[in-house]
Design a protein around this ligand. Structure first.
Ligand code: NAD
Ligand code: DAU
Length: 337
């Protein structure tokens, strides 16, 4: 059995990865370590309760008493756990430094004493490159993070590299573009816009709506990570991008069209401070290992819209039952229109 530790496995990408990994690898035994913040949902892994090769541990990656023994028992660590929402980092960055930077340090330090560890995947992000007006970011490009979330991830990204350079911890760093798919918390644009459109509520579009993101289906992301665990070279960084560069306005129209809702639901609101105009990744390095995205954007977006339409049980309690969500929403959007 291969012992795999997944941090942040109750979140969006982490929960998709845990399910993917248990299906794809009958010889993997997966431990999920997750603090269950507002974004971590125990129900994302509920169907795995009693699974013989999965165990859930609630805890903070920044707490060495919980996290270090788990790292030291693992052969593979996939470190997703993070505070992830740019808008929240602009309200208050403390938790981002705690988890994304200090939490990563705690795990890396434990990894120095992990006798069986063969791969530590540091999940970074394309946001570390900053805004890319033209062309595509390559792994060797300078990092120019421009918001507190991106800066905390850039710190963790380089910290991970330093543990390879200094101590030969077998780190592989990945920088993925914007993910979409099932179980994404409805504060991020795609699930927020889908669920608002279902309820015929306004879709708050920042600025002129012409900022561009490169959308990657979460299943394609999971396959890339799987490949990199096997074939990624320690100390190396790999971009993972979907190749679907879409302006937010275009994306919003597509969502409304899929749900047969009118364009009048689009509500232009004040822009995000420091809003990166465009991200775009050069994925040639990963493609040389044999990966390419398999999900066409129209198909993946349609399936994602269907998932939210059929799984109101999942998102309605968050949007309507959670005081914290409503408080966040009011603070974020009330005075923006
Ligand atoms: P998410 O917000 O949905 O999930 C984050 C998870 O981490 C949650 O389950 C949360 O409970 C857990 N967590 C937070 N702080 C923790 C702590 N201190 N200790 C233990 N667990 C903690 O995030 P996501 O969108 O699934 O992103 C996962 C990773 O992928 C992050 O590292 C993020 O930076 C990176 N990433 C995300 C995207 C994207 O588009 N979503 C793109 C590129 C990279
Ligand atoms: O690029 C990778 C990053 O993608 C990840 O590292 C982050 O964890 C993830 O949150 C995501 O960051 P973004 O800021 O790009 O995602 P978000 O869904 O918040 O926004 C996508 C675009 O939509 C962005 O240009 C801002 C815009 N937007 C977002 C929201 C929430 C709006 O116009 N209105 C909104 O209400």
């Amino acid at each position: 059995m291969v012992d795999v530790l997944v941090t942040g496995g109750a979140g969006f990408i982490g929960s998709n990865f845990v399910h993917y990994a248990l299906d794809a690898h009958p010889d993997w035994r997966v431990t999920t370590l997750d603090k269950l913040t507002y974004a971590g949902r125990r129900e994302n892994l509920q169907d795995l309760d009693g699974h013989p090769r999965h165990r859930f541990v609630r805890g903070d990656v920044a707490d060495p008493a919980v996290a270090s023994p788990l790292v030291q028992g693992a052969e593979v660590v996939v470190h997703f756990a993070a505070e992830t929402h740019v808008d929240r980092s602009l309200m208050s960055a403390g938790e981002f430094i705690h988890t994304d930077v200090h939490g990563t340090f705690v795990l890396l330090d434990a990894a120095r004493e992990a006798p069986r560890l063969r791969c530590f995947v540091q999940i970074s992000t394309d946001e570390v490159y900053g805004s890319v007006p033209e062309g595509a970011s390559r792994e060797t490009d300078e990092l120019r993070p421009r918001n507190p979330y991106a800066a905390s991830k850039a710190g963790a990204d380089r910290l991970a590299y330093s543990y390879w350079a200094s101590y030969r911890v077998p780190v592989v760093i990945t920088r993925a573009s914007n993910n979409y798919g099932p179980r994404q918390y409805p504060e991020k644009s795609i699930p927020l816009f889908i669920t608002n459109a279902i309820d015929e509520r306004p879709l708050p579009l920042y600025g002129d709506g012409l900022n561009v993101r490169d959308w990657l289906h979460v299943d394609d992301h999971c396959r890339a990570l799987d490949l990199l665990i096997e074939r990624g070279r320690s100390g190396e960084t790999y971009n993972i991008g979907g190749g679907n560069d879409v302006a937010n306005l275009d994306l919003t129209h597509r969502i409304l069209h899929l749900l047969d809702r009118p364009a009048s639901l689009i509500e232009p609101v004040a822009d995000r401070p420091g809003h990166d105009r465009r991200y775009c990744l050069d994925t040639a390095k990963l493609r040389t290992l044999g990966w390419e995205p398999q999900t066409a954007f129209e198909i993946g977006l349609g399936a994602t819209v269907d998932w939210y339409a059929k799984n109101e049980r999942w998102w309605r309690p968050i949007k309507e039952g959670s005081e914290a969500y409503r408080a966040y929403y009011d603070r974020q959007y009330a005075r923006r229109g």
